[in-house]
Write a protein that binds this ligand. Structure first.
Ligand code: UDP
Ligand code: MG
Length: 310
């Protein structure tokens, strides 16, 4: 019998965790041919989530829990899940019931067809606010414009990965600026997609604010390629050529004996354009330096405060 591990990141989810567990368990016990374990990664203590999980794990030995020492972020929680999960197939999903457990048999069906990665792709979301929908669209557009490796629009962190992919993540892909959505596409192998309709959050509030989402998009793009740097060099050289032509023209004017002090407006405009551009590109370079800084320090990806049933 094959084993599947379901990994679930939780950040202050006391309002939904029990409901989620019940719904997931109901689905998992129906699977023939598979044994299962559920690995909750608590990404920062601070509410009742851990206590609820402690009670659940007393009755159900298939429930395992890793508690972080603080909030390390969604991607690190998933990485910790991948590091600790033992299954032949690993399914990662949100703990707020937006990712329906009823999709699991379909993911497994594709896994049995020898796919190493099965993406669950959101077709639409029930009752999602306009702002949120807009934010999500901008997110995928932005990432796909700036990053080199395309990501699938609507493919959030709900997917199945094989043991082989999990081992690669565990051993070889240890980026601090981790963007799993991009990485799984970069890894390759045979991949499939399964559509689903995302449900409304079963309780509690979203842990991703608009600002956090934009930051996530940027860090994803930066972690994923050098295209922003290339754009910076391209626009930079374009302006440099323009500047060179302009300088030449000025020189010619000078030797033709034209009077100068006019042209104050031109100087001011050029100064502000170049000043602005330089600051933007300095910022882009700074983002990469920051990312390199994080890697060079080589701190642990996350710190574990407590493990239950592991
Ligand atoms: N999450 C996490 N750490 C964070 C933010 C979120 O572990 O810093 C978890 C959260 O508990 C949930 C999942 O990641 O299980 C998705 O987060 P959320 O539902 O808030 O995001 P949304 O669905 O609104 O994009
Ligand atoms: Mg959610």
């Amino acid at each position: 019998m094959k084993q599947i591990s379901v990994i679930v990141p939780l950040y202050h989810e006391e309002a939904v965790v029990e409901k989620f567990y019940t719904a997931l368990k109901k689905e998992l016990v129906q699977l023939q041919n598979y044994t299962h374990s559920i690995l909750f990664v608590v990404d920062g203590d601070g509410d009742n989530t851990v206590n609820i999980l402690r009670q659940i794990s007393e009755h159900d030995s298939s429930v395992e829990v890793v508690v972080f020492s603080r909030n390390f972020g969604h991607q690190m929680a998933l990485l910790a899940g991948i590091d600790h999960a033992q299954g032949d197939a690993i399914i990662m999903m949100d703990g707020d019931l937006q990712h329906p457990p009823s999709l699991i048999p379909k993911l497994l069906e594709q896994f049995e067809k020898r796919n190493d990665v099965v993406h669950a792709v959101r077709e639409s979301t029930e009752d999602i606010g306009f702002r949120r929908k807009f934010a999500s669209q901008i997110f995928y557009r932005l990432v796909n414009i700036i990053s080199d490796t395309p990501i699938i629009e609507g493919a959030a962190d709900f997917r199945l990965i094989s043991r082989r992919v999990a081992d690669i993540m565990h051993k070889n892909i240890r980026e601090r600026n981790l963007f799993i959505r991009g990485i799984v596409n970069w890894i390759g192998f045979k991949q499939a997609t399964v559509p689903y309709i995302a449900a409304k959050r079963a309780g509690g509030k979203s842990k991703y604010s608009l600002i956090k989402l934009v930051r996530f998009a940027f860090s994803g793009a930066i972690s994923f390629g050098r295209r922003p740097l290339r754009i910076a060099s391209f626009v930079g050289s374009l302006f440099a050529i323009g500047g060179f032509v302009f300088a030449l023209w000025t020189l010619v004017q000078y030797y033709l004996g034209n009077q100068f002090p006019a042209g104050w407006a031109t100087v001011v405009m050029l100064l502000s354009i170049f000043g602005g551009l330089q600051l933007i590109f300095l910022g882009i370079v700074g983002e990469y330096v920051g990312a390199i800084f994080d890697e060079v320090k080589a701190r642990p990806h996350y710190l574990v405060q407590e493990k239950i049933n592991l």
